[in-house]
Design a protein around this ligand. Structure first.
Ligand code: FA5
Length: 338
């Protein structure tokens, strides 16, 4: 048998099969058409396939290729006809009647993730306190994550076990890491802007912390930085108190505990008390003169404060979430509550 003749038969079969499937009015007719065309024993496709034995040996690869294509085409038109049955009519019965008196289907409307909602609210509160938003990259160099923040090369905070260093970057002799704190943005802003400064930066930070009820390896911080003449610790406490009252309520208390951060002097941990005991929300302090000098400011002229608060901890306290891991499980039953 000549190849052209075989291909002609195949094309004809494909066209007839499509017409037959399209003409089926219900599932029964469609099934009969399927058996007629694709039936394993005596289907027309099977019969045409057998003709391939009569095609010249050298033409058989081309014949086989087209045979497979036609089979896929026929199966696809069968699937289309089947879909038409299940969506437009009923599978095997009378077509479904549209009943305009039935109540409509309520669309599922998505909502913002609780952390996104928290971030928007925190930006709004700090905006009203006169702070504008600043941004920085999540992949940082050592200068912004450490050096300019007064964390020298031998400092334990730079330990590879406490940071996510990026190995590909190290191979190119440039040490990069996922930022471990939003304090990096302080440096970027001060490098490019003369004082006075009043910014917040809200974003993701990364630490190889083991996940537990209050720790997660990726979390968000809200960094605040205010630089001007004659700024004092009293201003820091006032801003944090105003912030806490706006976010949690007028009955919130705030306290400072002495602490240490290489980039602030003096440094404190800021705790809020609301509804129950004291909870640590972040670190804060007066910007260290070394940091001001590193960005070209004159510490005799300007002073300032900085703070870095854990956004998840704020969100958890506000909504009574007891385990930070719930926030990132992506269980809609949990997320729908916000
Ligand atoms: C810092 O990261 C400092 N950069 C804060 C700072 C900014 C101090 C400016 C002075 C001036 P600390 O490591 O304590 O500090 O983290 C701040 C807050 O982030 C913590 O109080 C906590 O609320 C939150 N936090 C820290 N680690 C985690 C974690 N693994 N999971 C969730 N939240 C965390």
């Amino acid at each position: 048998m000549a190849l052209a003749e075989f291909l002609e038969q195949l094309n004809q079969l494909a066209a007839e099969a499509t017409a037959l499937f399209d003409a089926a009015d219900d599932a029964e007719q469609l099934e009969a058409a399927r058996v007629e065309i694709l039936g394993a024993k005596s289907g027309r496709f099977k019969a045409t396939q057998k003709l391939m034995g009569a095609v010249d040996g050298s033409d058989r690869p081309a014949a086989g290729k087209r045979l497979n294509e036609v089979k896929s085409e026929i199966e696809a038109s069968f699937k289309t006809a089947q879909d038409r049955m299940t969506s437009g009519g009923s599978a095997g019965g009378a077509p479904v009647q549209f009943d305009p008196t039935l109540p409509g289907l309520k669309p599922q409307i998505g909502r913002l993730h609780p952390i996104t909602q928290t971030i928007e609210e925190l930006m709004d509160i700090m905006g009203r306190l006169g702070f504008t938003a600043a941004d920085g990259p999540e992949i940082e160099d050592e200068r912004h994550n450490f050096e300019a923040l007064n964390i020298p090369r031998e400092h334990p905070a730079r330990d590879p076990l406490d940071n996510f260093y990026l190995s590909t970057a190290q191979k190119q002799h440039e040490v990069l890491l996922l930022r471990s704190q939003t304090s990096t943005v302080q440096i970027r802003v001060m490098e490019s802007t003369p004082p006075p400064i009043r910014i917040i930066s809200l974003g993701r930070v990364y630490r190889p912390d083991t996940a537990d009820a209050t720790h997660y390896p990726m979390f968000h911080q809200m960094e605040g930085l205010l630089i001007d003449r004659h700024v004092t610790m009293a201003d820091l406490k006032s801003v944090l108190r105003l912030f806490a009252r706006s976010y949690l309520g007028a009955d919130v208390h705030i306290r400072f505990r002495p602490s240490f951060f290489p980039f602030t002097e003096p440094s404190v941990e800021a705790d809020f008390s609301w509804n129950q005991g004291w909870v640590e929300f972040g670190g804060a302090g007066m910007v260290d003169p070394n940091v001001l000098r590193a960005v070209g400011y004159d510490p005799e002229e300007v002073t300032g404060f900085a703070f870095g608060l854990g956004v998840e901890r704020l969100c958890m306290r506000r909504h009574g979430i007891t385990d930070i891991r719930e926030i990132y499980k992506n269980d809609v039953r949990f997320l729908q509550q916000f």
